[in-house]
Design a protein around this ligand. Structure first.
Ligand code: URA
Length: 423
């Protein structure tokens, strides 16, 4: 088998065997297949797609590329949660503590920012001192003792995904049902939880552009999970507008704390409770997650998790040097906020990466002052831009300004949870 033939077969739309897929992945990890060759193959996959058999083969090859987490010594029905990526999506930081406070052990291995979407690890690292690189022993001990750990998967787990993920991020090869399904599910299968709740995003700010493609991604992932013996449920949620009131790492951690304390954006609170309720249902736990907000137990759980991972929240979250308003050019009601443009805008402000090696400015991002459905007068703030320099703010401003669509009539906020997919 030679690599040029393997890439060429995908380019020509031919079905690939499990051996071919394994050959490519193993060669990539061993260094005999190069970045540019895998990038070409990925682009061919994006354009040509993959059959179900190819997707299962890719998922299995990714799981087999590394170690798997053994959680058997952690008592209880353990439930993991994963989002396919959104803008302002800090649901893990809220639903995880909610489910844990209800008594569900939550072992969560998370990812970094991908393309225009944020990553839970980058968000958590905005807490001074916080470590996301936990050894398997530390991870298991924390789930046992705190009920919740959110960490990076070890480089020895699913190394194929880690390598592909970073390459896809910078080669415009993220948006593909089989690549996302195999990436998400290989990590979930290797992470060892008994149940998996998937939040599959659709719309402008998601990798799946519409309800149909997101639902087919959700079905495929539920099928892969259940086929591997894990109880799996997916919610399909809207990502046309950013979720909540903040986009950017430290800002989103701050907002998660606010919601756990009983305040914050109503839609963000509702979807977080819904995700946590699905986690509880899979685990057979009858408690209402909303109660864990009301009695403060979820906030306490989140703080304990941050502290267990070395986080020193008492030192405060990083704050941007430059904070400037984005003003409405005209008055009216906010009809839409283009999540994709807000995602790219916040990336330009420093909240994400344009190249693999770019550092992240944890303080950068956007605070949304006017959400969909809100009324605004000309000259009032639509948002506040948080960044390092005025120059960066000015560079992102036209893109952000264009993201807010203002109507001359009242607007209702559209529904957020669109579908539930279960076997
Ligand atoms: N999230 C993942 O973990 N992988 C993808 O490919 C996309 C979103």
């Amino acid at each position: 088998m030679n690599v040029i033939e393997v890439i060429g077969r995908k380019r020509d739309g031919l079905e690939q065997s499990a051996e071919e897929i394994r050959f490519l992945l193993d060669g990539y990890l061993a260094g005999s297949v190069r970045d540019y060759q895998v990038a070409a193959w990925l682009m061919a996959v994006v354009i040509r797609g993959m059959t179900r058999a190819e997707t299962l083969a890719l998922t299995q090859a990714m799981v087999d590329s590394g170690e798997v987490m053994d959680l058997s010594e952690v008592p209880g029905f353990k439930v993991d949660k994963h989002s396919t990526g959104g803008v302002g999506d800090k649901v893990t930081l809220i639903a995880g503590p909610l489910a844990a406070a209800c008594g569900v052990p939550v072992p969560k291995l998370s990812g970094r920012a991908l393309a225009h979407t944020g990553g839970t690890l980058d968000k958590l690292e905005s807490v001074p001192g916080l470590r996301v690189e936990l050894t398997p022993e530390e991870f298991r001990a924390q789930v046992r003792e705190v009920g919740l750990a959110v960490a990076a998967q070890s480089p020895r787990m699913v190394p194929a995904d880690k390598a592909l993920y970073a390459l896809r991020d910078v080669t415009a090869t993220v948006a593909s049902v089989p690549l996302i399904a195999s990436s998400v599910m290989s990590k979930k299968l290797a992470a060892g939880a008994d149940g998996i709740v998937l939040d599959v995003k659709e719309g402008r700010g998601a990798f799946m552009p519409d309800l149909e493609s997101a639902t087919s991604l959700a079905r495929l992932m539920v099928e892969i999970g259940e086929g591997a013996g894990r109880r799996t449920v997916a919610l399909v949620t809207a990502m046309d507008n950013p979720l909540g009131r903040t986009v950017g790492n430290a800002l989103e951690v701050g907002e998660a704390l606010e919601v756990l304390a009983g305040g914050g954006d109503a839609e963000l609170r509702e979807v977080s409770i819904r995700v946590a309720a699905e986690m509880c249902r899979l685990a057979g736990v009858g408690r209402d997650p909303a109660q864990a907000i009301a009695d403060g137990s979820a906030l306490d759980r989140f703080r304990r998790m941050l502290a267990a991972q070395g986080g020193r929240l008492e030192e405060g979250l990083p704050v941007a040097r430059v904070q400037v308003p984005l003003q409405a050019a005209s008055g009216g009601w906010i009809e839409a906020i283009d999540a994709l443009e807000v995602g790219y805008g916040s990336l330009e402000l420093g909240a994400g990466r344009l190249r693999k090696e770019d550092p992240i400015d944890h303080s950068a991002g956007i605070v949304i002052e006017r959400q969909v459905g809100d009324r605004v007068e000309a000259g009032e703030a639509l948002a506040v831009i948080h960044t390092r320099t005025l120059e960066l703010a000015d560079r992102a401003r036209p893109r952000l300004q264009a993201a807010w669509r203002i109507a001359d009539h009242e607007v209702q906020r559209p529904p957020h949870v669109l579908e539930r997919v279960a076997r």
